[in-house]
Design a protein around this ligand. Sequence first.
Ligand code: C2E
Ligand code: MG
Ligand code: MG
Length: 719
Amino acid sequence: MIQSVTKATEPDLFGLEQQDMEGFRSIFEHAAAGMATALVDGSLLQVNPALCHYLGYTRSELVNLSAFDITHPEDLERTRTMFQQAREGKCTAHQYQKRYRHKDGSVLWGLTTVAWVRDGAGHPVYCVALIQDVTAHRAADEALQAREEIYRTLVENVDLGIALVDENHKILMVNSARARMFGRPAESFPAKHCFSEFQQGGRICEDCPGSRALQTGRAETRTSEVRLENGQRLVTRIQSFPVFNAEGRADRFIEVCENITPQVEAAQRLEEKQKHLEFLANYDQVTALPNRFLLFDRLTQMAAKCQRTGSKALLLAVGLNRFKRINETLGHEVGDQVLSEVGRRLKGCVRSSDTVARTGGTEYSVVIEDIDDLRSAVSISKKIIHACGQPFTAGGQDLFMSASIGISQFPDDGDSPGVLLKTAEVALAKAKTEPGGAYRFYTTDLDARARDLLQMESCLSRAVEHEELLLYYQPQIDLRSGRLIGVEALLRWQRPGQGLVSPADFIPLAESTGLILPMGEWALRAACQQAVAWQRQGFAPILMAANISPRQFHQPGLAEQVKRILQETGMNPGHLEIEITESTIMSDVDTAVRTMREINRLGVGLAIDDFGTGYSSLGALKLFPIRKLKVDQTFVRNLTTDSNDAAIAASVIALAKTMNLEVIAEGIETEEQLAFLRKKKCQQGQGYLFSRPIPAEQCAALLAQPEKRFFGPSRRSKR
Ligand code: C2E
Ligand code: MG
Ligand code: MG
């Protein structure tokens, strides 16, 4: 109920009818917002309960106050002006936010709507005010504004490039740090592509951290490097964070770029400096080759590797002859050019994995690993001597030098880097006593062997054309009947002045030089010719087994060569058997299967020689079109003394049986071995017990006795 107050006559509210007046009073009393009427001097006429509650006064207290009493001092001026304007008839209604003073002194914000009621002459008599409590809104707004201000200050002042980007990779906002980072005004960014696209030349890259952040809903990071429009390098660490909309979908992302160019460049400079220091410590300045210090390190590694694998290595000490003269007459600059060129030439003579070092003024060292053969040592040395013997063009003229080489072998000539270097230097001193370029091994014995080897190589190269090769034949015996069933053709070299040389002494050399190709072809042809000749002489045909070396087997067109030889000699392919060692075919199973099939198609049989030494898998073995396995003689040799070898021999025999292959044991020398093999049902055998390899004429004598038994009662009875 609106109370009548005495300080003025209660005005006729808006000239309302009694009924309307009742309605207004009811609203006034029950409104949730504060309501009051006040006179032009500000004194409060009527106040409702909501206003009393809002300001903390009782109604009777409040009606004794004026609008100015409840106004916060800072808004007093404005409130007074408002009343003044109303009095002057300048305003009839207004709405504004102002501060009120609660009875307890606290500040309240109220959205105040004021309407003035005038008398008949148009003078304002009193006003009706509606006051809505917006203190909480105001506080929230202020907090929001304060927070926004904090964020704005942060975004604008932080030294990180920040952009807000939409899901189409369009930039919605950038901060000034980002503009600075890119050297462009901030206004040029909106609607441009985001950083990752900038890197991709304007293409959206699905893998950019922004795209990933949108997909995963998590922060994503990446480091990247770009060239700016002004050519400057910019390395950044970009972090992208997804921004979720009201539905919880990530539809924008914030891209934060940290310029890490200075750190990256500092780290690179440091790394370069370290590399340079490392280079100075380990490399020779003139040739950029490893120095003595690094060589020592490499030799230590080499020694450890050799000890682990049981392999050997070589150290070549290379010394230049007549260099001093170049240095003295043409100066150090020319001298340095020549030394560098020597380094390049040395590297050209070895594999890239080998080490070439400069160990002294005119001395170099070359480390060659995984080398077990004198020939390679000799051929590398010769290559180096030849390379250093070529003219050097420096200072506008051709200069001539020569190189001497001392060779030591690890571990034979020294099992530590220090000793190895010493022995190579001793060998070098020996080589330097020879005029021109020469190489010498530390071990005199090796020197002699190297000389022999070279001599043998040159003699062997003429062996085919000088008709120094011949074949011996070793009988192959049926272990059930004791009868001759075939022969294996074995090569011999009638070396002038040296007698008959065994294949063990020349086949490895022939293999490594490639001489085996003409020699092997000769042997195959000669074996076929001999088989045909025996048949023509009226002997019953027997099997002729011929050996093919790894290099022969891998030469292209082997099957055609075999075919040609068969045609030329008139040999029946069914009587020819080609032996290939197990290790040869296992080195490249696919090619081996192809070549073997081609040979097999000619009707020629295939046997795997030295079986048991080459790690065949049963799976691979099934692929080969073979007829026979030859049990390697190392197993046969120890059959009766070594249970392991006996077991291997027995299992090869059993394996052959399961695979439906023939099996022959080679190297049978004793009756005990024979008895064992027969007991194990080995079908065939070959060895000194029956016959050594013999010349063709002796073999013909055996062929002339087809009933001859090579063992058993008949053999004994013949004695
Ligand atoms: P291989 O094919 O395994 O030949 C068997 C070798 O064992 C032959 O040695 C033979 O004389 C020897 N031998 C046979 N029975 C016995 C025995 O009871 N005790 C001992 N200790 N040895 C026995 P050879 O003739 O010195 O041949 C050695 C290797 O040279 C052959 O091994 C073969 O791999 C290769 N070879 C021989 N002739 C040729 C050829 O014409 N061409 C090719 N490519 N290689 C050949
Ligand atoms: Mg053989
Ligand atoms: Mg063999």
